[in-house]
Structures are given as structure tokens and as C-alpha cells.
Design a binder for this molecule. Structure first.
Ligand code: FE2
Length: 367
């Protein structure tokens, strides 16, 4: 039998994540100060864009754009009025952005941006895009003929204020929250339209506490560079954390971005000292950790005050920690992850973690 599998959408990695925010100038200051991102590029009225302002920040391979509309009736202003600050685009680097658009739209993706060529003195970028869940989109960025710092239309952005990086290296995964009974349709979307595979599944029995539940499936592209877990709420005695997100974001969207570090203890010490707030699991979590995960290189007594969690799978172990939401709405948060062999997502921590999350939900009156 002929079983050649052809990757019709080869992805080179995550190019950038773009946030639509209420005040990009202040958000950029937060990401520099709290998370150690470095200023990279800027566009706005001074570069000829009279409609919006964008700041691009970078830390190793992680690139984020913070964009704000300058006028009240702009679609970006409406997006932030409705959703609050949140992720608009997960941009993926491709060899051929025209082909990526044809391959995905011919398989049913709703077009967001027809392929366009943008150029400056540093070369040419081809960009296209498709809609995914909610108001979120994927952009396809072809930059093989471009040598500028970011994209045409941006100038480099340097300031006197440059706090040190905290050791964030690359985006490990981006998680989407979708509505009731929408997880499987979006799993099918990533399979059929994007050529991804379902590599892990968690049902509501595995991801539940006494009070609330959710279901999750992890989608990965062919080379494993891009992973998108998809969550949907599940019935429990009280309100699912995914449902709380949907209520406050106004529908599906990106729930968390997991960023990898090579030294989670150092990274978390720095993040905490700069004011990043993390979910705290009860101290009892650490009492049986050594028996649960076996020998690890880190000193458990040092992980405990930092609130870093550990989980083991067949291939190794991982360390992870979750921030509180980084906006006033209980929507987007971050995960910091260090993989020591493990390729899974910390299922052994779900219960302790979700109980910590429920305590926050309870404080907000949303449980
Ligand atoms: Fe995660």
C-alpha cells in the first residue's frame, strides 16, 4: 500500500504573536520590565501608519507585537473594546505564503488576508492569513527574501530603558479555549485544513477537580515545531475555568502561551522579583513530589517557595509554572516551562493547578 504522507503545510516555526491592546505604549513597558523582552521594532504615524501603532519586542526566538488603534472607530479599537487585551494573530513562518493560503483555504479555511507582497530596501515579505477560533487568526509569513529587522513598514526601536532578559527562549505551545462541543470541530480543522495530528487527549475525568472540569486535545504540526492544545469546558458542580474565560473574553481565544526556558529556577526568581504573579499550589503538593516524580536534578526544597511544578512521563520530566492572568479580565496568562526530556504537558499537575485556579475564580466570584 502506498502510504507516503506529504506535509502540505510545512511550518518553520512560530514567527510572532500579535496582541491587540488598549495601550501598546504601556503594554510594551510591562513586557520589558516584567518579562525581560527587548525592544526590536516600531511602526506608527512616524513611519507612515496613521491608523495604528505597533511595538515589536523580542527575547531569544520569541517575538511579540503589541498593537493599538489610534482612532475610536478602527476595527482594532472595537476588538479591544469587546475582548479586552488579547491575542489577535499567531503568525507562522512558511517557505511559501501563497501556497499556504491556497492549501488551507482549498481545505475549508476562511480567508483573512489574501496573499500580499510587501517590500522595502531590505527585500520582500509575502504574507497571507486565515481565520481560526473566535476573532483569532493565523498569518503565514514568508521571509526568505527579506533581511530587515522585522517587516517592511517597521523601523528599529531603541530606547535607553532595557531591563535584562529573564531567559525566555521560544514558544513551546499556544493554547486555545473554544466553546461547548467545539473542541472536536477545531481538532478536525487542524487535522484537515492545517495537516496537524492529535498527539494527546485529556478527557474531563483526567482534567477535573471536585468542582469543575475541562477537556483538551493537543494538536501538533508534522515537524513538531508548532503545538496547539485546544480546550473546551466540561460540566462540573461549578463553573469551568474555560467557561469563565469565554464569558470574559467574549468567546473563543488564546488562553495561554507557554514559553520555554533552559533554567526555570533562575527565570522564575527574576520574573517574581519584577512583579510577575504566579498561581500558588498548596505546600502539600511538594510533600509527596519526590515519590511521585522520582529523582530530579533540581532541589525540591528550592522549587517549593518558587511554586514550580514537576511532572514526569515516559521520556523524562518537565518543570512548569503558570502566571495569573496578565490583564484585569481573567483571560490570557503565561506558562513558563523547562523540558528535561518530557514532551507531554504536565497532566500530573492538572488537579493541583486547577484547584489553585478555582481559588482565584472563587475570589473573583466566578466559580
Ligand atoms: Fe500549557
Amino acid at each position: 500500500m502506498h502510504t507516503e504522507s506529504h506535509d502540505f503545510l510545512p511550518l518553520l516555526g512560530t514567527d510572532f504573536v500579535e496582541f491587540y491592546v488598549g495601550n501598546a505604549k504601556q503594554a510594551a513597558h510591562y513586557y520589558k520590565t516584567a518579562f525581560g523582552f527587548q525592544g526590536l521594532a516600531y511602526s506608527g504615524p512616524e513611519t507612515g501608519d496613521r491608523e495604528k501603532v505597533s511595538y515589536v519586542l523580542k527575547q531569544d526566538k520569541v517575538r511579540i507585537i503589541l498593537t493599538t488603534a489610534l482612532r475610536p472607530d478602527h476595527s482594532i479599537a472595537k476588538h479591544t473594546q469587546f475582548h479586552g487585551d488579547g491575542v489577535k494573530s499567531i503568525a507562522l513562518t512558511v517557505e511559501d505564503a501563497r501556497e499556504a493560503f491556497v492549501q488551507t483555504t482549498s481545505r475549508g479555511a476562511r480567508p483573512y488576508k489574501e496573499p500580499i507582497e510587501i517590500r522595502d530596501e531590505h527585500g520582500t515579505i509575502v504574507m497571507s492569513g486565515i481565520h481560526i477560533y473566535g476573532d483569532t487568526v493565523h498569518l503565514f509569513i514568508e521571509r526568505k527574501n527579506y533581511s530587515g529587522i522585522f517587516l517592511p513598514g517597521f523601523r528599529s526601536w531603541h530606547t535607553e530603558y532595557n531591563p535584562e532578559p529573564v531567559g525566555l527562549r521560544y514558544i513551546d505551545h499556544c493554547v486555545g479555549n473554544v466553546g461547548w462541543n467545539e473542541m472536536n470541530p477545531w481538532v478536525q480543522f487542524y487535522e484537515n485544513v492545517m495537516g496537524f495530528k492529535n498527539i494527546l487527549t485529556f478527557d474531563d475525568k483526567q482534567i477535573s477537580t471536585e468542582y469543575s472540569a475541562l477537556m483538551s486535545k493537543v494538536m501538533s504540526n508534522g515537524n513538531g515545531f508548532v503545538k496547539f492544545p485546544i480546550n473546551e469546558p466540561a460540566k462540573g458542580k461549578k463553573k469551568s475555568q474555560v467557561e469563565e474565560y469565554l464569558d470574559f473574553y467574549g468567546g473563543p481565544g488564546v488562553q495561554h502561551i507557554a514559553i520555554a526556558t533552559d533554567n526555570i529556577m533562575e527565570t522564575v526568581i527574576k520574573l517574581r522579583s519584577r512583579g510577575v504573579e504566579f498561581l500558588q499550589v498548596p505546600g502539600a503538593y511538594y510533600d509527596d513530589l519526590a515519590t511521585r516524580v522520582g529523582p530530579i536534578e533540581e532541589d525540591i526544597d528550592k522549587l517549593r517557595p518558587l511554586g514550580i511544578l514537576v511532572d514526569r512521563d515516559d521520556e523524562g520530566y518537565l518543570l512548569q509554572i503558570f502566571t495569573k492572568p496578565v490583564e484585569d479580565r481573567p483571560t490570557l496568562f503565561y506558562e513558563i516551562i523547562q523540558r528535561r526530556g518530557a514532551r507531554s504537558f504536565g497532566a500530573g499537575n492538572f488537579k493541583a493547578l486547577f484547584e489553585a485556579l478555582e481559588r482565584e475564580q472563587e475570589l473573583r466570584g466566578n466559580l
